[in-house]
Design a protein around this ligand. Structure first.
Ligand code: SAM
Length: 403
């Protein structure tokens, strides 16, 4: 592979913003990709994948390159050199690479690879916490799976088409997919492609949604005509799925504390042809109180560490902190206690996270069930989905029934 100067510079500029200015990798990468209209899909793929790779392996590469945060521009080139050398890519004779040592990279890599926190590139505290939460064996396997590249999975929008029809249409647009057994609406791409440019996407035939995530709305057991509350709806990944399962009949009330996310939800709902979603911004506690005892189903897709989706957001490894985790656990319990009050008697509630840590998952549910607010609830189903066993994102969900 020959390295192109403008693409490498784009990667270096993006890494500077992610590492030194603490910006989100996905947002910065998509901004960078808009910089030059002449870039084709291979150029864009190079920028996105190289940036993600270096973010994912930051600790390992920094240790090999002997550089420390904040990274100067020459140090970012040293990180890049480690990436390229380990990939077997020849380093060009540009002035930016003059002082970057290429010798000993492989030797150091072999040496550091014996130690999990370097091999899998995680901070000490997260490695220790992972062992405490999952046990040595499971954490080692899971962390390894979470450091691999995630497959691209679509959820077919049954308001507009069927999985088989969508598969044919995508095939016509040059995108080959396979059905995934046990995930009725999922299509997995054989090869990474920009699906957002397709006519099928613009026509609302599918959303990009990991296979594990597709289990959440399904677990809520909704029926057409029900009144359903999606309490942490964000940009609506699950709301759209719920609308399809409800065949656009009944009502979905999508709540979130961020109005901009709900605005994005509305845009997506329009494309998907989902007409039964009302959005409500949680500006104060009254918005939730008004909905007490009103819903047949409540989905709590809770804010979490996102450790189950590290393959998609590798920068979370560097942005998370023990303080944040402590805060988010409290928030999860509060949300469960307050938002479960929106459910009618006899209704069902699903609590879900894209985390793999029991402290955010089954332990939260247990704490809730043992509390006064959880007295009338019982656990009817629970699934702990790990990336290394499922092949898809790490997720958790519990279904609770209210007496
Ligand atoms: C895991 S994300 C939801 C993803 C979304 N359900 C989807 O499928 O696309 C969690 C959401 O909870 C929202 N959130 C955080 N704190 C909240 C709170 N106290 N009440 C309601 N929503 C909250 C966040 O803004 C975020 O959008």
């Amino acid at each position: 592979m020959r390295l192109h100067r403008n693409l490498v510079f784009a990667v270096i500029d993006t890494l500077h913003l992610i590492f030194n200015d603490n910006k989100y990798a996905d947002k910065e990468i998509s901004k960078t990709l808009k910089r030059d209209k002449r870039w084709g899909s291979r150029d864009r793929g190079f920028i996105a994948e190289t940036t993600y790779d270096i973010v994912r392996w930051q600790r390992l590469y920094a240790e090999i390159a002997e550089v420390k945060l904040p990274y100067s521009r020459p140090n970012l080139f040293r990180l890049f050199t480690v990436w390229a050398t380990l990939k077997g890519i020849e380093i060009p004779d540009w002035p930016q690479f003059e002082d970057t040592p290429t010798r000993r990279i492989k030797g150091k890599f072999d040496e550091l690879s014996k130690i999990r926190k370097y091999r899998e590139s995680v901070p000490d505290w997260l490695d220790e916490l992972g062992v405490k939460e999952l046990g040595e064996k499971k954490w080692t396997k899971e962390l390894n799976a979470l450091n691999s590249q995630a497959p691209v999975v679509l959820r077919v929008n049954t308001l507009k088409t069927s999985p088989k029809k969508a598969q044919f249409q995508l095939d016509d647009e040059g995108i080959s997919t396979k059905l995934i057994p046990k995930y009725p609406l999922a299509l997995e791409l054989y090869e990474r492609k920009d699906v957002f440019k397709t006519k099928s996407f613009k026509d609302g035939l599918f959303e990009v949604q990991d296979a594990s995530s597709q289990k959440i709305a399904e677990a809520l057991d909704v029926k057409p005509g029900m009144r359903v509350i999606d309490a942490c709806a964000g940009a609506g990944g699950k709301s759209l799925h719920l609308a399809a399962l409800m065949e656009n009949k009944g009502q979905i009330i999508a709540l979130d504390i961020y109005a901009n996310k709900l605005k994005e939800l509305k845009r997506r709902a329009k494309r998907a042809g989902a007409h039964n979603i009302d959005t409500r911004h949680i500006e104060n506690s009254k918005v939730v109180k008004k909905l007490y005892n009103s819903a047949d189903r409540v989905l709590i897709d809770a804010p979490c560490t996102g450790l189950g989706v590290l393959r998609r957001n590798p920068d979370a490894k560097w942005k998370l902190s023990p303080e944040f985790i402590a805060r988010i656990r409290k928030e999860q319990q509060n949300i469960l206690k307050q938002y479960s009050k929106m459910l009618k008697s006899g209704g069902k509630l699903v609590y879900a996270t894209c985390s793999i840590f029991p402290s955010e998952n089954q332990l939260q549910v247990q704490e809730f069930l043992n509390s006064v607010e959880g007295e009338t609830f019982s656990l009817t189903n629970e699934e702990k989905i790990l990336a290394h066993t499922s092949g898809y994102d790490g997720f958790y969900f519990a279904t609770l029934q209210k007496q």
